[in-house]
Design a protein around this ligand. Sequence first.
Ligand code: 6R9
Length: 632
Amino acid sequence: MSDKIHTLSGYIHEYQRSVQDPEGFWARIADSFHWQKRWDKVLDWNFDGPDVKWFVNGKLNITENIFEKNLYTLGDRPAIIWETNDPKEKNRTLTYKELFHQVNKFANALKANGVKKGDRVIIYMPMVPEAAVAMLACARVGAVHSVVFAGFSASALADRIEDCKAKVVLTSDGNYRGSKSIPVKALVDEAIDKAKGNVEKVIVYKRTGDDVHMKSGRDIWWHDAVKDQSEENKAEVMDAEDMLFILYTSGSTGKPKGVVHTTGGYMVYTKYSFENVFQYEPGDVYWCTADVGWITGHSYIVYGPLLAGATTLMFEGVPTYPDAGRFWEIVAKYKVNQFYTAPTAIRALQAYGTDPIEKHDLSSLKVIGSVGEPINEEAWHWYHSHVGKMKCPVVDTWWQTETGGIMISPIAGVTPTKPSYATLPLPGIQLMIVDQDGKELKGNSVEGNLCIKFPWPSILRTTYGDHERCKKTYFSTYKGMYFTGDGVKRDEDGYYRILGRVDDVINVSGHRMGTAEVENAINEHPKVIESAVVGYPHDVKGQGIYAYVICDLENRTEANLINEISETVKNIIGPIAKPDKIQIVPGLPKTRSGKIMRRILRKIAEGDTSNLGDISTLLNPEVVEAIKEGAK
Ligand code: 6R9
């Protein structure tokens, strides 16, 4: 039985059912999966703990729902199509059967290397099919994977290894990205040396063939690890609430937190949302351009599509290598039907005009999607006209690492779209808009903070090792509700438009960056006395990073110092966190209680200094003039 929605009235009906009887609704969806033991109770929850359990006492393995359940019918169907960074290098396709065998072999290799149910395994790999194999093999043996985006620095990797107490790290010798080749293994060595912890094994996938140092007793080549392993493996029996993975994400405090997702609910929700939002049909080729290091890659490159028996395309490279037509060349080459990318990529490609698009046949496209940040109207129209040729619905999908799956989005071809609106919540998602005091703003034409008042199956369960932090971050701002951190508008038609973060998180090219996290990195530079980081509008990235820094300038020029600070941030977090602008300032505007007035800094960064509001209450109003001068 398919749970796909095909009409607007069907959507309305399903939505109402999901609100009137959430347990009945999700039980019906969950019944189409393979459970080794059915659940005793659909849902147990309170948001005060928070304590949320879906499919209580249900037993399953998510990989059995990808493989065993479907193997007879779709064993020979392509599961993963892999397109390499360099178009001249050979691509690869893995059928479901082939992927299954690889997952089993690697699951056996993990076991042979001491990995047991519940152990944490870090995956720091390029966009190769083996990254998906690694995730699924962890799930197969019940290990908890934590994928770390391979663009993060050794120091960021070390923090994550330490926080989750990883037993094993899976990596590659090097990565290709555009014209660059990045020596990944060396970063892993550095991270392990730096981290307090006990990484017992490092398994290294050979990608670039670069010379790497292999530490004897600890490091093993991937191909050696799988060589003598069987293609068969019995899946570990998992409880619906056993951890599936940890994914680190930035928040308003300095340290990234490990968002925890569990097995049963995540499985049910990612498949359901994938099939509905994208209206995937058997035989379609679906492509999401994200990296597996982000939640989008987890839910909509790997788990959602594979649970749905889809063909999912994985691309190793970047949109502009060897040229700005790369995405469109790939769409034409594989006759991609559903294409899912980020506004930052759309805006970057928009800058090259339509020539690179017109060289390729995009007629296979049926649905085009957007994720990661608000899509501005201009980019929406460009995407809709030139990529979607006015015939493909644009699905602007709003969701978060913490939500596990898409929350607000059109259902392709079903929900009428509206430029820059994520439109309506998916079934099961009960939204609520509140004002600063937590009072619900009812009716249409309202604007406020976005909360969710009822659990959905793929809601985060905790932040790893620190449940209090989960409670404080998401469930304490407004009592009895999950707070998203986003501002939202509900217009006169009841449609939702996401306005962006209302906390100290900036969204740079669709990547979340905590201002405190960047400040901490800047402050590591020995000449830095204090810093304040804010976001500002950026044409391509959505938001750019603007850093105001107080420094000791002895023996340094400003230009040197700015370069050094930028390098420091790159080394501590990674290239994605490098500030777009660094301004050396004599002081930071502070309130009498010593709090930095970020509102003023944001205005100056935006280039809007006409109305800074009342600055007379500041401890040091004179500094504002100096900052304004320096920003010119
Ligand atoms: C999936 C993902 C989450 C934050 C989220 C919001 C922003 C994501 C959006 C969007 C407007 C959309 N965001 N999708 N804003 N429209 N369609 O991106 O997860 O990396 O955790 O980021 O991204 O601000 O709160 P994550």
